[in-house]
Design a binder for this molecule. Structure first.
Ligand code: NOJ
Length: 737
């Protein structure tokens, strides 16, 4: 449709019709009744109002969505199609590793490819918009939604966020944005802003951050994805410095629209408009609607504040109609960009769904990505395992033979088509002796959705004893432990982020009879696994690896694929260290050793360092780094300096290393972080091979919010570190003049 036609359409619409476009309701259960097939209905709204809405969330499937769209359009006065949205977070039917695991790939290429596959599957299933990427920076592993983030670093999050946008919207490799094209889905950056910093990691808790921290650490990833062309943004649930995001004019109108130049559709989070009543800044739903529209929220997800009160607010003169026109126009524009006026079903097709959902090509990519997201934390010459040791491997633990490795935000319709670790090993000709050992959850704990493992003491003891017997007669034990997936995700915050106590008991009982333990840890967050690391000979973090998890784990354990993942968040030693992250500030009393003696920075009873730092990850070979060489020791605003290292693979196997560049601004008008990731490169090195790896350091990489809140660099001393993780001390100094 031409823009002029859209303008005409807007003119032809009544106030109620325009407001309707700004409303999203949930599909709910499919009850073939009423106006919309997926019953849009816990809201008890009159049918006349419901038939005007602009969007529905939460239903997939080409057939159902087609029927819904047809029914809806037939009843709509202008036959305007619905925008159909869904949470496609780490895949639609082919499930990829959770975003936290994707972060550990340090691979924008793979992340883009995975998003591309998700987009193709989701559009075939009839969808138009995915509520992804989630670009909340997270420093507190207790927060349940840490699984949905690519981690703790602003630069890494921004690079991977951009990759997701390219993958979803099909604008990779310099292609212009064309959302109507087959396989392209609209992305939605969320949750604006700073939802990842709730106090104490408590879900929906308030966020208090200085403007400098927000701008320097929390905003960049959102901004990068917007600059990459992401067409939607979602507000966050939290208050930010005491103002709920959905009513925060400064955040939405000044920062998002004016500064970040976001011109797309701004949707609230689920019922976040009405939640301003609970927060205590709106007396009722009417006032909440007013606050949201004044702040610039174009679409109200589920609250029913807009549908009930927006037209009335305009008629009473409290809200200018122009604001409704703006919001409605953004919805119409997005529908038009998606080509929905010409083809309201977009790519939804039952045949296409059958053809591509979970197809071999998609599964292969999921397997490849999963293997590359695993982080090898420890290996005392036990991995890779030899396939020939057939029959002598014990596969123990509640994760040994389950497909449930999808993570908290994945809803595959055919979960049974996932691959368990047992199946992954068997596919390699290895037949392990399998024993469950215990349940995923302790009997006194339960996951957030109320699911509970129900068992008696006797049953548990039986499983434990059986596992110990299995371990006794094996040469090697692969122990598969981890969190329940519902211990993470929305509403999944935990105060104690260790593994369930029965799983730790299992570890110790097995260790008494067999020392050759390789522990595979499943989790949706950086769990505290100090005990596990101490007792095991090798530890592999596999997060929630998705559909092909079992094959990928077997690939890495047996050395068919070399591990190459690097931690996208620090792994804490103990819960008391949380929040812990690498890019922190120096104190007035630094503590290089990390353990405190006297009046210096730190704890009396704990190190200040994590168990494993950001960027850390081993493989089945060793890399040696040369000293950092700089092309010159002074740089100017115009002329970059190049930092170079030679990396040598000193082991016996070909492998990939992720070489990381960190910068330290030694003195500034405000205190600067000790290290900031500013670049990374994946380098393939054959056994014995050396390669030079260089990074150009340009002036823009040195900018920050100075004492006057200007984003600028300051002349002075800097250190460029290049190494294998964020704890590297391999640095060289230069000056900016
Ligand atoms: C609430 C979540 O915070 C958000 O991330 C999600 O996209 C919406 N619900 C829709 O499911």
């Amino acid at each position: 449709m031409e823009y002029k036609q859209l303008e005409q359409l807007l003119k032809d619409m009544s106030l109620e019709e325009k407001v309707g476009q700004m409303v999203q309701l949930p599909a709910g259960m499919i009850a073939k009744e009423g106006l919309i097939t997926g019953q849009v209905d816990n809201l008890h709204l009159p049918k006349e109002q419901k038939r005007l809405i602009g969007s529905v969330l939460g239903l997939t499937g080409a057939e159902d969505l087609r029927e819904m769209q047809e029914n809806f359009m037939a009843e709509h006065p202008h036959h305007i199609p619905l925008l159909l949205m869904y949470d496609v977070i780490n895949g639609m039917e082919t499930i990829f590793p959770i975003p936290l695991g994707q972060g550990c790939t340090f691979s924008p290429e793979l992340v883009e490819q995975a998003a591309r596959v998700a987009a193709k599957e989701a559009t075939a299933a009839g969808l138009h918009v995915t509520f992804s990427p989630m670009l909340d920076l997270v420093r507190d592993a207790r927060w349940g939604r840490v699984m949905e983030s690519t981690g703790e670093d602003p630069y890494l999050n921004a690079e991977l966020g951009k990759a997701m946008v390219r993958g979803y919207q099909g604008s990779g490799k310099g292609e212009a944005l064309d959302l109507a094209k087959e396989g392209n889905i609209a992305g939605c950056v969320k949750h604006f802003a700073a939802y990842g910093a709730p106090l104490g990691g408590r879900e929906y808790e308030n966020v208090e951050l200085s403007e400098r921290t927000l701008r320097e650490d929390y905003f960049p990833a959102y901004q990068a994805a917007i600059e990459e062309g992401c067409v939607m943004v979602m507000t966050s649930f939290n208050t930010l410095n005491r103002i709920p995001s959905s009513g925060n004019k400064w955040l939405m109108r000044k920062v998002l629209r004016e500064e970040m130049k976001f011109d797309g559709l701004l949707i609230s989070d689920y019922s976040a408009v009405d939640e301003m009543i609970s927060h205590g800044i709106a007396a009722d739903s009417r006032e909440a609607a007013k606050l949201a529209i004044l702040a610039g929220v174009d679409m109200d997800m589920v609250s029913n504040a807009y549908i009930r009160y927006l037209a009335e607010l305009v008629r009473s003169g409290e809200v200018e109609e122009r604001l409704v026109d703006d919001g409605c126009m953004r919805v119409l524009k997005l529908k038009n960009e998606l080509g929905l006026f010409e083809n309201p079903f977009k790519d939804g097709s039952v045949e296409k769904e059958m053809e591509i959902l979970l197809c071999k090509e998609h599964r292969n990519l999921a397997r490849k990505m999963a293997a590359k997201s695993f982080v090898l934390l420890k290996n005392e010459k036990i991995l890779p395992l030899a396939k020939e040791a057939n029959g002598t491997v014990a596969l123990i633990g509640p994760y040994a033979d389950t497909v449930d490795m999808f993570g908290a935000w994945s809803f595959p319709k055919k979960p049974e088509l996932g691959v368990t670790i047992k199946q992954g090993m068997e596919a390699k000709g290895v037949v392990p002796a399998v024993s469950k050992g215990c349940f995923i959850q302790d009997e006194d704990k339960q996951a957030k959705v109320g699911q509970k493992d129900v068992y008696t003491e006797e049953e548990l003891e039986f499983l434990m004893k059986e596992a110990v017997e299995t371990a006794k007669s094996a040469e090697t034990v692969i122990l598969c432990l981890g969190e329940h997936r519902e211990y993470t995700g929305e509403g999944g915050s935990r105060a104690d982020i260790t593994l369930p106590k029965h799983q730790l008991e299992l570890l110790h009982r097995v260790a008494k009879v067999n020392k050759n333990i390789v522990t595979v840890v499943f989790s949706g967050r950086p769990v505290v696994i100090s005990e596990v690391v101490e007792v095991s000979k090798a530890v592999l973090m596999v997060w929630m690896p998705g559909t092909e998890g079992g094959n990928a784990v077997a690939d890495v354990l047996y050395g068919d694929v070399m591990p190459e993942g690097k931690l996208s968040m620090c792994l804490p030693r103990s819960v008391g260290q949380v929040p812990i992250f690498y890019n922190k500030f120096r104190t007035g009393r630094p503590n290089e050793e990390g353990t405190r003696v006297g009046f210096i920075h730190g704890y009396i009873d704990e190190s200040i360092y994590p168990l494993f730092p950001f960027g850390y990850g081993l493989t089945y070979t060793d890399f040696v780094y040369s000293e950092v060489k700089l092309s010159k020791d002074t740089m100017t605003k115009e002329e970059a300096v190049t930092a170079t290292v030679t990396v040598t693979n000193t082991g016996m196997r070909d492998a990939v290393e992720t070489v990381q560049l960190y910068l330290w601004d030694v003195t500034g008008s405000v205190v600067r972080p000790e290290k900031m990731l500013k670049g990374f490169q994946k380098v393939s090195l054959k056994a014995g091979e050396s390669k030079e790896v260089s990074f150009a350091i340009t002036e823009d990489m040195l900018r920050f919010y100075n004492i006057d809140m200007e984003f600028a660099s300051e002349p002075g001393r800097f250190v460029a570190y290049i190494g294998s993780d964020s704890s590297t001390k391999n640095g060289a100094e230069f000056r900016l003049v």
